[in-house]
Design a protein around this ligand. Sequence first.
Ligand SMILES: [Zn+2]
Length: 495
Amino acid sequence: MSKEMFTIDQGVRQGGAFSADLYKIYINPLLNILSTSGLGGRVGNINCCAPTCADDVALVSNNPLELQTMINIALDFSKREGYLLQPTKSVIIPVKTCRKFYEIEDGFWKLNGKNMPIVSNASHIGIQKSDKNSAESTVNENIKKARRAMYSLMGTGLHGENGLDSKTSIALIRTYILPILTYGLEILLPKGKILNNISIQYKKWIKQILSLNSNVADSAVYTLSGLLPIEAEIHVKAINLFGNISRANCDSIEWRLAERQLQIKSHNSCSWFIEVKELCLKYEINDLYAYLTNPLSKFQWKKLVKSKIHDYWTSKITDESKGYSTLKFMDHKYNIGSVHPLAISVNANLKDIRKIPVRLKISTGNYILQTHKASFSKNNFISPTCKLCGKADETVEHFILLCEKLEETRIPLLSKILDNGSLILAKVATSFPIDLIQLIINPFCYVDINANRAVFEETSNILEPLCRQLLYNMHNKRYALLANIDKQGSRKSNF
Ligand SMILES: [Zn+2]
């Protein structure tokens, strides 16, 4: 203890764990004054004129004069407490609604005698608020920030080929990129084109990490990465937020709003609570009002939401996957939360990681062979015949099993695959015949991790590395031969 006087300095520590709560205690009298003033926005008879997080206060009103009064209250409070309101950061956003729109005069609102800037975009608790479409501007902002985070992680090897193994890369995306990308979207619930934009960006990054072609089917992206579509991630966040509200105190504004909106509003309302109710119906979580009045515990609610949302997307993605002819070698086992075994190397060394992209391209039907080129070419004729041997059409079967020019590369590994494959697969009683090409392209089609763990382990430790090696060697040999043919071709045409 010291008997000397000390001056109280203003402020709380930037980013301190306690700061937000301390500040809330400090600012609370202002919020009380505002909410008891009867001014500003309300839903029904529930006053919600000043949504606030720490020092970020938004004043809501549909009456210009009322808004000025509220600004004055905030200003008086700041003078009394001795802090400054940032004149450049205090802005007015006119929001256009379908029912009402006020003509905005420049310089109508004043803060401390100075005109307040009228803007079309500003950020409140990190969410972009805009006069027309907050979802759109927040999504754009999130993509920008997430891209920056992606670039900063590239230094650690997050860039597909020659980088980190896919399991680590996917985990990095989940932990660092996804939260930035979906920030605030559980409130705004983007739809249509806006949702599509963010989804395209997300898929693009996953494809990049897994070194997949840009035109690979969406369901393959999700099956291989074990990630949920971004739409589902937003839904999880939104429904979990509702769970938080349901467990809140019955006097809290959020809980009272939930009660009112769920009771009064019809299903075509734009209320957030109704949108969440519709979402829940989609996932077969019925009667949201009952959950509000009789809330589940945090753990139970999260578990329920997770299982319902996972069930829905598992069957949706699996069905989609079955519809693609290019994915005929995939096993259509969408296991949310775990990377597909085809994309995992047992030893995370660079030599092994480098073999995965070719393997994934072949198993998702995206490895370009002569027959693909022929079917894509419309105007100028391209022959589907194998350029190496010139004896037959270059199909996947021809490339992997038949082409005689690749015979030398093929035989040593193929015999090992046959030996090990028959040994391992004999342990699972399969009634259906085993297709050699399917076995090479995706041996996991024949083993189920839940049915026989030991066989699954053997497949990924022994069989899969052999198949991967075979495809990698074949790919390199084919490329070397093709490069040779091209060289000879150009030499001939020069003469
Ligand atoms: Zn051939």
